[in-house]
Write a protein that binds this ligand. Structure first.
Ligand SMILES: [Zn+2]
Length: 335
């Protein structure tokens, strides 16, 4: 139904009209990782197929977009007016497969892009624990039966664990248990963790790759060290960014000044923490075009996903979805 309405709107020329009306509202696109296997089915918002990403970049090129840096966006804001058709490409987290799955398409069109890097799993080269557990339980759809020799057996009376038993137990035991637990879990389900390490499945970029990608022009910016922010005290939240900044500085030789809230979450009183440490812009996962009224530390983005069709992507990019959302909220308020 949605696709039918959008096709009709496009045919009537509303897409074109919307793009003219919203031309001075910057688009900040949000991407995450690239699937090396079936992860796009497990979590299409986090792991896109590289073919989908390549198609999106081809569309941006076809529509005449020339993606700019976050510094350029910041300067436009300071100058008092955003330029027409400003677009920024951002990639969250630092998943390993973005190197082969995104960089070639970005390079092909000469597109600027920014990677918001969480540094913990770059430094600690192992699969991301929580997500890997969710993935394995999603894929094999059965509980994990503990053996007598399991590292978990001394810590629980349960004989079988599902994801909701496993994660709290692992959190209680601490991060030193994460890799031993994952090794057992993968072996139990018949997955080969060594091949994950090799293909980059559910892994982050190595430090060397981050350095090399930065040298090739990818801007590396802040996303906290451990992917935590809104839930922390002020001191801990700032410490997370400072640690992240130090790692990025070591890896790239540059001083990052833009930030992305982990999971898009923040508390209003945390904005001043960011200005105190000279953060110029911060982005959320609120799905919207940027407006001149947006605070620079609460910039919305258009969150792309493997589930989104090219027509829906186009509808977001033209701004027709923004206009429809405003109309709906006006109607609701009116009613
Ligand atoms: Zn993230």
């Amino acid at each position: 139904m949605k696709l039918f309405i959008l096709t009709f709107c496009k045919w009537l020329g509303f897409f074109y009209l919307a793009s003219k009306i919203t031309a001075r509202r910057p688009r900040i696109l949000c991407y995450h990782g690239i699937a090396v296997d079936d992860e796009y089915q497990f979590s299409p918002g986090v792991f896109m197929r590289s073919s989908t990403f390549a198609r999106r970049m081809a569309l941006l090129a076809k529509w005449g977009y020339k993606p700019v840096s976050l510094d350029e966006l910041f300067q436009q804001h300071q100058a008092g007016q955003y330029k027409k058709n400003t677009l920024v490409i951002t990639i969250d987290d630092g998943w390993a497969a973005i190197e082969q799955g995104m960089l070639p398409a970005l390079k092909k069109y000469g597109f600027n892009a920014t990677l918001y890097l969480s540094s913990y799993f770059v430094i600690n080269q192992r699969p991301v624990f929580k997500l890997s557990c969710y993935y394995l339980f999603w894929k094999y759809k059965r509980p994990f039966a503990l053996t007598d020799s399991s590292c978990l057996t001394p810590h629980t009376s349960l004989k079988q664990l599902n994801i909701n038993d496993l994660l709290p137990l692992a959190a209680e035991l601490g991060s030193a248990y994460e890799q031993p637990i994952l090794t057992e879990l993968a072996a139990y389900f018949g997955e080969d963790l060594a091949s994950w390490q090799h293909s980059g499945k559910l892994m982050f970029l190595t430090p060397e790759k981050v350095t090399a990608m930065a040298a090739r022009g990818l801007a590396i910016e802040l996303h906290t060290h451990r992917h935590k922010f809104s839930e922390l005290t002020s001191d801990d939240a700032v410490a997370e960014i400072i640690e992240n900044r130090q790692h990025i500085n070591q890896l790239t030789g540059k001083n990052p000044q833009h930030f992305c809230y982990p999971r898009g979450e923040y508390q209003q009183q945390q904005l001043s923490l960011l200005s105190n440490i000279q953060i110029k812009t911060a982005t959320t996962t609120e799905n919207e075009l940027v407006s001149k009224h947006n605070h620079l530390l609460c910039l919305p983005r258009l969150v792309d996903s493997d589930k989104v069709s090219d027509l829906e992507f186009e509808a977001e990019l033209t701004g027709i979805m923004t206009l429809l959302r405003s109309a709906t909220s006006l109607l609701k308020r009116g009613g």
